[in-house]
Design a protein. Sequence first.
Length: 436
Amino acid sequence: MSSRSVQVGIIGLGTVGTGVVKILQSRAKGIAHQLGAPIQIAGIAVRDPKKARAIEVPAGILTDDPMELVRRPEVEIVLEVMGGTEQARQYVLEALRHKKHVVTANKALIALHGQEVFDAAAANGVGVYLEASVAGGIPIIKALHEGLAANRIERIYGILNGTCNYILTQMSQQGASYQEALAEAQRLGYAEADPTFDVDGLDTAHKIAILSSLAYGAPISIDQIYVEGIRRIQLEDIRYAETLGYTLKLLAISELRGSALSVRVHPALIPSTSVLANVQGAFNAVAVVGDAVGPTLFYGQGAGQMPTASAVVADLLEAARTVLSGRPAEIPLCWDRRKAVAMPVLPMEETETRYYLRMQVEDRPGVLAEVATILGRYRISLAAVIQKEPTCAESVPVVMLTHRAQERNLQAALREIDALECTRQPTVCIRLEADV
Ligand code: NAP
Ligand code: HSE
């Protein structure tokens, strides 16, 4: 056992910060044994030090001044678990400038400012550790960096947002309303401070931007990614999909297409028999396909206090080992200006996939023929059609599944279909990913 301890400053004592302190308190002996030195919490910065906390912390340890905390000479590692981008960015950069290693759970910070953060880390000879930023407790970043390092990654896809998966599971299994399920996800601590990040797909986009950057050694920015969330999903479509043998999930997909990448986030129907379809609640699953290893799948809790804290503390131990050994920290290839490559990202219109379409059309002869003629003109072939008995006298829902089609063609066809006199509502369109 080393005669010294490793001193840590924590910014944030909310859902994740509380979990981190719980682990550091309950496993203090085991961690000291593993590391060869104890971890000591030098200070915890919060917005309001007077607020009641779910755990006991030593008197005088809370501060409302994160900047002072990250500058303290004794602090060697800073854990940023406060969230948000602008203030978190300033504290993280200041910590790096003061040669502190940084551990962060903040995917928005890394997705938006990864280059700046790693430039500062490289300039100051310290590391930034971000396992908790993607898929909560699943060690997917270490898997990409270490276990799968021999591979050229061909495809990454999966469920990366616990809140959305929780909402969709509750809607499908309990018939819960979207609003009820979201409120429960917030109560359970899965959702971001601003839950629109979750339900509008942005949180998933941050995560797939980070995974794509790490996997392909090229910085992928958030504005290169097509993003569509789950806000407009209706129970009716979940039920039709189930009848047809599909389950609805919010998917992130990043795949090599020649020398370019296709990266997108959107709701998707997937076969109900697939493993991903059976990932429920706040669980996440990430599939990684490598040229040597073939398909692999990583599964676990993607949000919540203790799973996320598990990843933060694992990173803390890695940073502490770096501190104790004095060896230099590594900069990921994608944010290493000497090694990163550039990789174009294809526009969404060039994506090819299958589609679920639900139209509300007039119930009279010739209507299906009008719709089919338009689809045919855009080379969109139908795989299945369901028409239920009319629920109201004058219009009827028609559900179609297409074979593979190009996004550009599909959107053009929908514009024409929605302009037909027989169409009563804008067509609901959900992509169908059969190959998962
Ligand atoms: P949270 O529950 O809202 O907690 C945020 C904490 O940061 C609170 O303790 C708050 O202080 C403190 N804080 C916020 N702004 C501050 C400021 N300007 N100065 C000082 N302290 C400040 O958030 P969380 O759910 O733990 O999430 C934290 C981070 O982890 C986010 O980046 C999030 O994306 C990420 N993450 C969360 C999860 C999850 O399941 N929750 C999973 C993976 C990653 P007060 O307590 O005084 O208000
Ligand atoms: N809000 C995120 C989610 C937390 O629901 O997955 C984990 O990153």
